[in-house]
Design a protein around this ligand. Sequence first.
Ligand code: GDP
Ligand code: ZN
Length: 366
Amino acid sequence: MSSSPSSSASPSLSAYGWDAGWADAFAPHAAEGLLPGRVVRVDRGQCDVVTADGTVRADTAHVTPKDPLRVVCTGDWVAVEPAGDPRYVRTYLPRRTAFVRSTSSKRSEGQILAANVDHVVVAVSLAAELELARVERFLALAWESGAQPVVVLTKADLVPDPVTLGHLVQDVEAAAPGVPVLSVSAALGEGLDVLAAVVSGSTTVLLGQSGAGKSTLANALLGEDVMEVQAIRDIDGKGRHTTTTRNLLVLPGGGVLIDTPGLRGVGLWDAGHGVGQVFAEIEELAAECRFHDCAHEREPGCAVLAAVDSGELPERRLDSYRKLLRENQRIVAKTDARLRAEIRKEWKRRGAEGRAAMEAKRGRAR
Ligand code: GDP
Ligand code: ZN
């Protein structure tokens, strides 16, 4: 998403992604004398907001409802009071995208981690064997946020054979319809220009397992060692890093990078829609199934199973799809009482149907 400085009342904010759309959305607040700004960090009731007048610390007490998804987060565009001690955030602009994750099992709500993200870079290390199911899981989350995912295969220097590298890229491409797949080596400085061009002018987050090379990518994109990359310590080759206090940083080529600590240990969070996008070809096939509610288990006229039989659809993809759907359903069921009630009703209905069918059978047998 490119910014257009001419439309902006605050030209310096364009570096942070301010554009004509945000300016329009902000107009009523500007009329009230409030200042626009982007949240670069949040902690306990306070946030740091970059405004045209510099960074201000603002209190979020007025915009902290009970719903954890409606709490101000990094990446939000907010309206702050022009003066006061403390200065309050009055509101935030409607989000274009939102990154949400499930919190620890004790708390059943979701937690908002980042707002208004355009690109989700899923970092996948080539140092270890590719685990496509894991990539698919990250992609489901990425799609679910509303942002465009991009897979970056890191540490490409560890796969010196270009044919092998090409195959790995193809394998990931097959598991990621609609997602660009790049390979980069921060060690050799290869592929970084392509990645920089992809994310230029937009808001980007980095996702991926610990040790995947996210901090290294962030440093390469930012052009400085903002993220401290420490030497490999543990046996499984996971690097450790500490982040600076700001969680939203301007890229030299335009655009910003959001790196909140919470984004690392992501879980699925009601990502049913995202799962559908990761497995777009399966959903497309499913439209051809004879029964619209086909579970692709052993139904007659199942186009998905037919595609597996013909070799068109790898069985691994179908397994992964089912697994993610089930996982998602479990999470949703755990958290959404209404859905839970619906599932119970469905069980009851099926139970009743089952009993009726049994009775009918018995009736016939008699
Ligand atoms: P993070 O946990 O995802 O942030 O991963 P880091 O960026 O800390 O990187 C983990 C480890 O991978 C570190 O030891 C890095 O030096 C190493 N690493 C990162 N990028 C590359 C690369 O392009 N090539 C190689 N060989 N190692 C890399
Ligand atoms: Zn089917």
